[in-house]
Every structure is written in C-alpha cells, then in structure tokens.
Design a protein around this ligand. Structure first.
Ligand SMILES: [Zn+2]
Ligand SMILES: [Zn+2]
Length: 388
C-alpha cells in the first residue's frame, strides 16, 4: 500500500475504540427521522474536535450537518452519514454504523491532512433515510451542488459494492361515494370500497405485465364504517417502485390509471395525493465502483454472494441522480440476517459491527485518497455520469 494510504488506514485503526463507542452510543439512543438531535450533535462534536469546520442545520434541516476539511483547490468529495432509527426496533438498519464509519473516514483523512492532495472532503450528516427522504430535501436545497462524488457505506449481512436500489413513489388514493343503508336502500348508495377493491384487482392484473425489477404494493387505510352502511369513503396507500426514473414514473401513471378507472366504474370521486418524498433509483457509476474495488483488500473486505432479487430503496438514489455516487454494503451481521429485524438490531452493536465499521471507514477514506490523487478518475466518473 502506498504510504499515504497506509497512514490513513492506520489512522482508522487508531480511532477504533472511539468510533465503536460513538456507534454504540447512537445505537443505544435510537432517534426517528428528523428527530436525530443527539446523534447529529455527537457526530458534529466529534468532527469539530478533529478540526473540521462544522455547520449545523444545513439545507434548512435541523438534524443535518456538514463538516469540511479543505486542503486547497481541487475536487469536492462527500462522505455521507445516516443516523436515523426505526420505530419499535431501534437501529435495526444499523445506521449507527454508517454514522461512525463516515465520521471515522473523515477523521482519518484529517489525520493525514498535510499529505493529502488538494481538494475538499465534506462529511455530510443526512437525516431521515427511513422515512421522509432527508437526502432528497438536502439535494433540493443545493447541499450537493459542487460535490464531485458522494460515497457512503451501509451495513448488511454481506459485503457488496453495488446492489440496485429501486426508485419509489408513494401515493394515497381517496374515493368518495355516498352512504346508504346497505340492505334497505343499497341502490341509493355509491360504494367507495368497491372502487378501492377494484383498484387492488386492477393493480394485481397489471403486476402480471410488469418487469421483475418493479414492485407495486399497497394497503387499505379506510374501507368503511360499518357493514350495514354503503362505504362513502375509502382510502388506500400504494408504493410504486422501478429501477429507473423513466420506469418508475411510467408504472406510477399506470397505477393511477387503475384507480381512475375504478372510480369511473363505480361512480365515485377520486383524489390522488402523490407524496413529496420520492426516493429516486440508484444510478451506478462503474468508475467509482472500480476505485472502491481496488481498495477492498486493503480495507480487509471480500465481496459476498450477490443478491440481485433483494430490491429495496433509499434516498441515496436522489443523490446519485445529481452526482456520481457509491452506496457500498458492508458485512456487519452473519449471512442470512435480514435488515429491519431484531436480530440485525442486535448485530449492529456486536463485535462484527465494530469490524465492519472500521473496514467501511477504511474503504471510504482510501477511495477518497484515490479520487483526490488522480484527476483522471474524476473526469472518467463525470463522463460516465453524463452518459449513463
Ligand atoms: Zn432501513
Ligand atoms: Zn438503512
């Protein structure tokens, strides 16, 4: 390994206990989306203590931050931290590990600051991944303007540099009909639940013609008040997912058409509310993936078995649509442990998570060194981003 990279990797090892403590502290105090005041504060304090210029509340989001290390004119690289938890199951997505790995990578680069090629490393605290799409809010607020590459790691049951992430649009359908006695005067009523049921049936038929990397799933939120009243109101929530922006929006329009057709067939009035927190699909960047692949061994990692059918979504997709981005999965739990489970929550504070945290921090920091050192990577990365 070249001496600078050796130094950066050693700096991560030197911070091992502190980073593990930071990760465990966040794990022990789970905070939901946009309420991550303690985690945000601890991370900002840690980076401030290492010499970063820390701004809190960036992009108009209270629990977001940006910590900057500048060594001269050059590229700007963003290392992302997530730190929100889930209701009921705490850090069952292991965002405490993401947070500590991102902060650790930044601190390791700071430790070698005078030897770093000129440029800027910004550690960005991005709240609300699980709900609300914090990164989308930060993208819209311009926080990623001028960022040449964005990188983060996420804990998983295996190490994978890339896994497709689908875009997801959330929509609420609300059908309004007319209440009537369901036995004495059913012909006077207009049945909103029928429209809802018909929408589910139409979507089920549509699903037969969608590609395997698309997903449509929904629930009935309201389906009537009592069995002896024709339901005057029904409400359903749907998530529509696709592998590209085009595929996602095309499928979304088909699902809305199902609800509209059901409204027409039943004589109900339909209100469509498309929620603002769209998670865009992850746009991969092979140049960035190759740079990271070149550092896997140095970080002590090997890739695990591919899992191409396990398709989720994340707001990192929104970042990947505006700048070259990598979202690498790092093994922090035994193979076969699903995320968002109590088992994964326990794993996120176990010794294997410490190892994954340190390896993830190294992978990020070594990748940053490569990108700062070689402008050719950046040019190739940008060209691929423009044309993919
Ligand atoms: Zn999650
Ligand atoms: Zn997650």
């Amino acid at each position: 390994m070249d001496p600078l990279k050796r130094r950066v990797a050693d700096a991560v090892d030197g911070l091992a206990d502190e980073l593990t403590a930071l990760s465990r502290r966040i794990h022990a105090h789970p905070e939901l989306a946009f309420q991550e005041t303690r985690a945000c504060g601890w991370l900002a304090e840690f980076l401030d203590g290492r010499g970063f210029q820390v701004e809190r509340g960036v992009g108009g989001v209270d629990t977001a931050f940006r910590a900057t290390l500048e060594t001269g004119t050059g590229p700007t690289l963003a290392i992302l931290c997530e730190y929100d938890a889930l209701p009921g199951v705490g850090h069952a997505c292991g965002h405490n590990v993401i947070a500590a790995a991102g902060a650790g990578a930044g601190a390791a680069l700071m430790a070698a600051r005078e030897a770093l090629p000129p440029g800027r490393v910004v550690v960005i605290g991005t709240p609300a991944e699980e709900r609300g799409g914090g990164k989308g809010v930060l993208v819209d607020a311009g926080v990623f303007a001028g960022v040449d590459a964005a990188m983060m790691i996420h804990g998983f049951d295996r190490t994978l540099l890339h896994q497709d992430l689908l875009g997801v649009v959330r929509v609420t359908f609300e059908w309004t009909g007319k209440a009537a006695h369901a036995s004495a005067d059913p012909w006077v009523g207009v049945n909103a639940l029928d429209a809802c049921v018909q929408t589910f049936n139409a979507v089920s038929m549509l699903r037969q013609q969608t590609r395997p990397d698309c997903r449509i799933h929904g629930i009935v939120v309201e389906g009537g008040a009592a069995a002896n009243i024709i339901p005057e109101r029904a409400v359903a929530d749907f998530n529509v997912r696709g592998p590209s922006l085009e595929a996602m929006w095309a499928l979304y329009r088909r699902v809305v058409a199902c609800a509209e057709a059901a409204a027409a067939a039943t004589g109900t009035r339909l209100t469509v509310t498309q929620h603002r927190d769209v998670y865009e699909p992850l746009k991969r960047n092979q140049v960035l993936l190759d740079v990271f692949a070149g550092n896997l061994a140095a970080a002590g990692l090997t890739e695990g078995p591919a899992a191409p059918d396990r398709l989720a979504s994340s707001d990192i997709g929104n970042v990947s649509q505006v700048t070259p981005t990598i979202h690498a999965w790092i093994a922090i739990a035994p193979l076969g442990t699903a995320i968002h489970t109590r088992e994964f929550e326990a794993a996120a504070a176990a010794p294997r998570a410490r190892a994954g945290l340190l390896a993830g921090a190294k992978l990020l920091a070594l990748g940053a060194v490569d990108l700062l050192a070689d402008p050719a990577h950046l040019a190739a990365m940008r060209e691929e981003f423009r044309t993919r």
